[in-house]
Design a binder for this molecule. Sequence first.
Ligand code: C5P
Length: 302
Amino acid sequence: MSVTVRAPAKINVYLGVGKVRDDGFHPLETVYQAVSLYDDVTVTDADEWSVTTLADGVHVDSGAIPDDDTNIAIVAGKALVAHHRIDRCAEIEIRKSIPVAGGMAGGSADAAATLVALDRLWNLNTSDDDLLAIGAELGSDVPFALVGGTATGTGRGEVVTPVEDNGTWWWVVVFNDEGLSTPSVYGAYDLLEGGDHDYRIKPAMLDALREGGHSDSLGVFIYNDLEDAAFHLRPDLERTAEAVLECGATMTVLSGSGPTMLGIATDADDARTIASRLAARGYERTAVVHGPVAGAHVVAYS
Ligand code: C5P
């Protein structure tokens, strides 16, 4: 038997970053939103652990995503097995739509999907609290990939609290061919800014989400403390942001630690218009997505 679980990409509608902690992580106040770009993970019982990754139906090179025990999906599977003190293995197939090293938590989505898929495959009935705790060990964004919707993230991002969001927000996502490493962006942030400022989420932003109105009402609050650091490392990203604004977005923001860039649009048609204008300017790798959407969930048993 096989189980397939779908997990969403995340964006940070707001990302406030404080001073680096003794453990090397940064304290965050973030507003996550799960958006309609997904990885599907299928797990099947096997005698040993294995993982393959496909993007657009083509095998992804092991240089881009490891195909050994260092792959976060296998790390997740082994963590679940250790938690339950059982001796089982699985074959894992990942069908990717979320960009690799793009600041949209694709690896975290794969880890979250693997946890849920194996829990169902083996009828483990892992409690939500235990799944969230195992997820937090795997990566700061994994708990949010389990929960989905719109939520605040505190701690290093792993403490997730759902917030009321009555909007359907439309985003233009501009991909980038060259990934950006998360630690390098945080490192540049430490040098440039350091986190000595008020990085708390503004209550008025949560009001805008609750009211779910026009994109302008949320657009004024969209912000990412890592943006300047990413622009410093990759000046081309600042030009991408300018192009997204010139093509009609209400507001732009870097996705997480980048290099993916986001523009908020008024509705689906507006988002598609912005994407086609971007294509005419040479930004051809884009997607139109909406949020919030569900966290990791089963889509098939076969
Ligand atoms: O938890 P995750 O695997 O996403 O973290 C990857 C890296 O990003 C960490 O090793 C750290 O360098 C950086 N990071 C950070 N502060 C956070 C989250 C991540 O400095 N809150």
